[in-house]
Structure formats: structure tokens, C-alpha cells
Design a protein around this ligand. Structure first.
Ligand code: ZN
Length: 160
């Protein structure tokens, strides 16, 4: 198991545009494994994008706790968006903050898996929200940029 350091919101790196992966090498596999370790280590992590661990490549992973389990996306493209949903989000790179964000209710996303095979996935509700959030990281966009009411709230820490 290998954890990577998280890039936080005040680091200019989190605002950069990520480049496509042109070859899926053992380094990319190691990156995917480390991203999963890092995401699961952080209790509330249901998704993480490569720029959040300082790698400006178009890769993210999600696991919202449904039947899909862990899903890895390389060079993803959101090819379809339908409807809308508003709900609160958080982010490993923006610790202690939350706000309400509008996302599509349903999406289709196309990507490569770690073996270089293209797949297409239909996602709804939380999974769609999570994929859109992670996709935004590849463009240097954070969820706090998209607050529906312009407010960002602090999450109270209830640990005594
Ligand atoms: Zn995030």
C-alpha cells in the first residue's frame, strides 16, 4: 500500500488542465493503485483524480459504495447529460468545506480501463455526481466554484 500526498485547494497545481494519457505503462498502473489506497485511506473519499495527487493526467477513480465497486477511468469523456440534481459535495482537496452543487441527473461516460480497453458507462444520481466532480478536476475546476447559492460552508468537526 502506498499513499500519495494530496494537493490542496491553495496549491496552483489543482487549477491546472490535465493532459491525456498516451500510453498505459506500469507507472500508470502504480498511480491507479496508489490513488485507490489514498482514496480509501481518507474516510469520506468516494472519488479521486490524478491532479489531486500531483499528476496532471486525465485519470480518475470512483467508488460510491454501489454494485460497481471501484471504477477506473483513463482519458474519460462525458458523452451525454440529462436532467439535473442539486446536492452537497465535499472534496479531499478541499477539507472541511461543503456546498450545494447542481449536476446532471444522468450521464454517459466513455473511457479506457487499465488494460486500454474502451468502455461506456451510464450513471445516475450519486455516481453521476461523483463522476462529474472528478471530471472537473481534470479541467482544474473545483466544486466550490459551482456553489448554487454562492455559499461555501464549513463542516463542523464533531470529534471531542
Ligand atoms: Zn474533488
Amino acid at each position: 500500500m502506498a499513499l500519495r500526498n494530496l494537493v490542496l485547494e491553495d496549491d496552483p497545481l489543482i487549477r491546472k488542465h490535465s493532459r491525456p494519457v498516451d500510453e498505459i505503462t506500469p507507472r500508470i498502473h502504480k498511480l491507479l493503485d496508489d490513488m485507490a489506497d489514498t482514496m480509501y485511506f481518507e474516510n469520506r473519499g468516494i472519488g479521486i483524480a490524478a491532479p489531486q495527487v500531483g499528476v496532471l493526467r486525465r485519470i480518475f477513480i470512483v467508488d460510491v459504495g454501489d454494485d460497481h465497486g471501484l471504477i477506473e477511468f483513463i482519458n474519460p469523456e462525458i458523452t451525454y447529460r440529462e436532467g439535473s440534481q442539486v446536492g452537497s459535495e465535499g472534496c479531499l482537496s478541499v477539507p472541511g468545506k461543503t456546498c450545494e452543487v447542481e449536476r446532471p441527473k444522468k450521464i454517459k461516460v466513455k473511457a479506457l480501463d487499465r488494460n486500454g480497453n474502451e468502455f461506456e458507462l451510464e450513471a445516475e444520481d450519486l455516481l453521476a455526481r461523483c463522476i462529474c466532480h472528478e471530471y472537473d478536476h481534470l479541467e482544474g475546476v473545483l466544486f466550490i466554484d459551482k456553489s448554487v447559492d454562492g455559499q461555501v460552508y464549513r463542516i463542523e468537526d464533531n470529534d471531542e
